[in-house]
Design a binder for this molecule. Structure first.
Ligand code: NI
Length: 142
C-alpha cells in the first residue's frame, strides 16, 4: 500500500451514510475509504476525458428547500447569469418545502459544468444533476 495516503474527515447526513453503507455492502466494498477512492477516481477520469469546449445539450435537475435562506434568489440570479445557456425552465412545487427545477441547457460543456457546480454548492440544494450529450460538431461555437 502507498505510504502517501491523505486522511480527511467527511461529514454526511446520517441517512445518506446509511444508504451509502448499504450500497457498499451490495457492491462488495470492505470499507468506506475504498469506495470513496473509486468514486473520486471515476469523477476525475470523467471530467478529464470529456471535451469541455464542445457544445452539448441536456438538462440540469435541481431539488432545493425554498425555506432555506436566499436559495430561491440565488438560483434565480444564477439563471440570469447563464441566460444564454438556459433555453427553458420548469418549476414544480414538490412538497411543502421542496422545489424541483429542470433547466434545459445548451452550450459549451465547460459553462454548463460550471453552472452545475455552483448550483450544487448552494445551501438548501439537496440534489442536483447535470445530464448532457454532445450535439452536432458542425454547430460548435468558437
Ligand atoms: Ni417551488
Amino acid at each position: 500500500m502507498s505510504n502517501n495516503l491523505s486522511r480527511f474527515g467527511v461529514a454526511m447526513p446520517q441517512d445518506l451514510v446509511k444508504k451509502f453503507d448499504k450500497y457498499l455492502t451490495k457492491k462488495g466494498y470492505s470499507n468506506r475509504s475504498e469506495a470513496l477512492r473509486d468514486l473520486a477516481r471515476r469523477v476525475v477520469l470523467e471530467s478529464e476525458q470529456s471535451d469541455l469546449n464542445k457544445v452539448v445539450a441536456g438538462t440540469i435537475v435541481i431539488i432545493y428547500d425554498h425555506h432555506q435562506n436566499n436559495v430561491v434568489s440565488k438560483i434565480m440570479n444564477l439563471q440570469h447569469d447563464y441566460h444564454e445557456e438556459i433555453i427553458s425552465t420548469m418549476h414544480i412545487h414538490l412538497t411543502h418545502a421542496e422545489c424541483l427545477e429542470v433547466l434545459v441547457v445548451r452550450g459549451k460543456k465547460k459553462r454548463l459544468v460550471d453552472l452545475h457546480e455552483i448550483v450544487e454548492a448552494q445551501k438548501g440544494v439537496t440534489y442536483s444533476e447535470l445530464s448532457v450529450t454532445f450535439i452536432d460538431n458542425s454547430e460548435d461555437e468558437e
